[in-house]
Design a protein around this ligand. Structure first.
Ligand SMILES: [Zn+2]
Length: 259
């Protein structure tokens, strides 16, 4: 059967319009779910208290990270409404100040936050850490053919299963690759903003084989020079998981004075 060009064009337009309607419907479901969740959540003004360790701890007065902002969003609605996006108040402040700063230094870039902690901390399955509001997963920014790319950002929890080779290329499509410079700039800014409020980055988990790629970029070099600690050795399972995202553990600086 032969189709005329006009018919094919019409079908494409109808198809695109259906997709647009579906996207709009999906977006409104997400907004409804998030809004319903936010209606049930009331934040107090008390300071957070991160008890114990990231691997065995709890969180008092945890603060919810916003679902979205001008240049960032949380990666998964189900995770968000399941109370998995809580952090220590200082961590939230550092994260939000970082995104504000990145609006100036990297205005073309959008960033994604992945899982954080439960409202009261404790075990956040399947993570081994994320227990006291001082751990956050950040989605690795991507490029496609050298241009910022967001086509894999809306996979939800499945995003954790994406695989990248040791050069940072997506195994299913090598035209998609990790944007190491954007990642390094994010971590550098996060560290600067954390230090301003009595917090510091204690450790970053990122696939060992990708660190050379990260450090050889201009911003990566600055990251190396400023001495932020990246895990030197990871089990094969943990190593394999930390390519689509990088995990950051923060540490509170004792006796930090605020004036
Ligand atoms: Zn993590």
């Amino acid at each position: 059967m032969r189709f005329s060009t006009n018919l094919i064009l019409q079908l494409l337009i109808i198809n695109a319009s259906c997709h647009a309607q579906l996207d709009t419907k999906k977006d409104s479901i997400v907004v409804d779910k998030v809004n319903s969740y936010l209606e049930t959540y009331e934040e107090n003004n008390d300071k957070s208290n991160s008890k114990g360790t990231v691997g065995n701890g709890t969180l008092e007065n945890g603060k919810l990270v916003p679902f979205s902002g001008p240049n960032f969003n949380y990666f998964d609605t189900t995770s968000y409404v399941s109370s998995r996006a809580f952090v220590n108040d200082k961590v939230r402040t550092a994260m939000l100040n970082t995104y504000k700063q990145l609006q100036i230094t990297s205005p073309e870039r959008h960033f994604c936050i992945m899982e954080c902690s439960h409202e009261h901390g404790g075990k956040l399955s399947p993570h081994r850490t994320h227990q006291n509001g001082l751990s956050v997963d950040f989605m690795t920014p991507l490029l496609k053919d050298g241009v910022p790319y967001y086509g894999l950002d809306n996979l939800g929890a499945q995003h954790y299963l994406l695989d990248f080779d040791e050069n940072g290329k997506y195994t299913k499509d090598p035209s998609i690759a990790i944007d190491f410079d954007a990642m390094a700039l994010h971590i550098l800014t996060l560290n600067e903003e954390a230090k301003k409020i009595g917090l510091e980055i204690e450790k970053v988990l990122f696939k060992i084989e990708l660190k050379d790629e990260l450090y050889c970029k201009p911003k990566g070099r600055a990251l190396y020079d400023c001495g932020i600690y990246f895990a030197q050795k990871l089990t094969p399972l943990i190593n394999g998981l930390h390519d689509d995202h990088y995990h950051v553990d923060f540490k509170l600086i004792p006796c930090f004075a605020t004036f």
